[in-house]
Ligand binder design. Structure first.
Ligand SMILES: NC(=O)C1=CN([C@@H]2O[C@H](COP(=O)(O)OP(=O)(O)OC[C@H]3O[C@@H](n4cnc5c(N)ncnc54)[C@H](OP(=O)(O)O)[C@@H]3O)[C@@H](O)[C@H]2O)C=CC1
Ligand SMILES: O=C(O)[C@@H]1CCC=N1
Length: 266
């Protein structure tokens, strides 16, 4: 099994580590997690992960190195590891707005770099992860694809669509979570206790997603089955649209994509 080092055990880095172990394809001992101080890695250590605050040392033993720090932190980290990384390793960057070329410009042109854009559902094996590269081989991309297939679904895309993938999938999970929260708040206003309203909203959202996944039907086809003529569903839906529901969602995704593209040089 590949040895993996995740540089930056934050929200997405630690979620990835947990998902890989949950998949049963990796043991915690196969995964090294770093932060700037090991004292911040107590939970990770208690779960059996190898922990370190020495990025260059942590990278040296890895087959796959995942860069999971903020865009603004990346240059410093790459400077730390550039003399340690070697062409036999694969660098996977989940960092938003940073191209494969940006990474290779520091780490070396011969270093295989694959970008990946997962979301936090990776912790439970339900990520939607997009991956892209500019020059890694098919075999290297296949290894990264297999890694992320173990923790969700994967689509291989062109690199120029990575910021769009960031908005739709990585940010997107927050958009759907907010929609579920809003639905539960509506539920409270029409009579349910908060915990019941949230449970109902969550299961309803899960049912909607599973319907599309399992039938492959178009959302509007499924909506048509719910909207009885002169009924209450179309009344509610149209009220939401009059208030800009679809428009707000689309505008939010477009703004997130624009922002994602500019984070590295902020
Ligand atoms: N959160 C998400 O859902 C997603 C995030 N991403 C991308 O992943 C990256 C990380 O995001 P996110 O997890 O949210 O951010 P976090 O701030 O939660 O995680 C970043 C981690 O990096 C650590 N870190 C910072 N500097 C260093 C360093 N020099 N050496 C080692 N570790 C370091 C931080 O720990 P400490 O400060 O203790 O050192 C922190 O744990 C970003 O580039 C983001 O664009 C991509 C997809 C989804
Ligand atoms: O909000 C962010 O910038 C990161 C990237 C995608 C999800 N979280």
């Amino acid at each position: 099994m590949s040895k993996i080092t995740i540089i930056g055990s934050g929200n997405i880095g630690f979620s990835l580590a947990k998902g890989l172990v949950k998949s049963a394809q990796y043991l915690p001992a196969d995964i090294t997690l770093t932060r700037r101080s090991v004292t911040a890695l107590k939970e990770e250590a208690s779960l059996g992960f190898i922990t370190s605050d020495q990025n260059a040392v942590a990278v040296s033993s890895a087959d796959i190195v995942v860069l999971a720090i903020l865009p603004q932190q990346l240059k410093k980290v790459m400077e730390e590891i550039k003399t340690t990384v070697r062409a036999g390793q694969i660098i996977v960057s989940v960092v938003s707005g940073v191209s494969c070329a940006d990474v290779k410009a520091v780490l070396g042109e011969d270093i295989p770099v694959v970008r990946a854009m997962p979301n936090t559902a990776i912790a439970i094996g339900q990520s939607m992860t997009c991956i892209a590269t500019d020059s890694a081989t098919e075999e290297q991309v296949a290894r990264v694809e297999a890694l992320f297939e173990s923790v969700g679904s994967v689509v291989v895309i062109q690199e120029d669509l990575m910021t769009s993938a960031t908005a739709l999938c990585a940010c997107g999970i927050a958009f759907f979570l907010r929609a579920i929260r809003a639905a539960s708040q509506g539920g409270v206003e029409i009579g349910f206790h908060a915990h019941d309203a949230l449970k109902m909203a969550v299961q309803t959202a899960k049912g909607a997603a599973d319907l599309l996944l399992q039938t492959q039907n178009h959302p509007e086809g499924e909506i048509d089955k719910v909207t009885s003529p002169k009924g209450c569903t179309i009344a509610g839906l149209n009220e939401m649209e009059h208030n800009g529901f679809s428009s707000a969602f689309i505008k939010g995704i477009k703004l997130s994509a624009k922002k994602a593209g500019g984070l590295y040089n902020e």
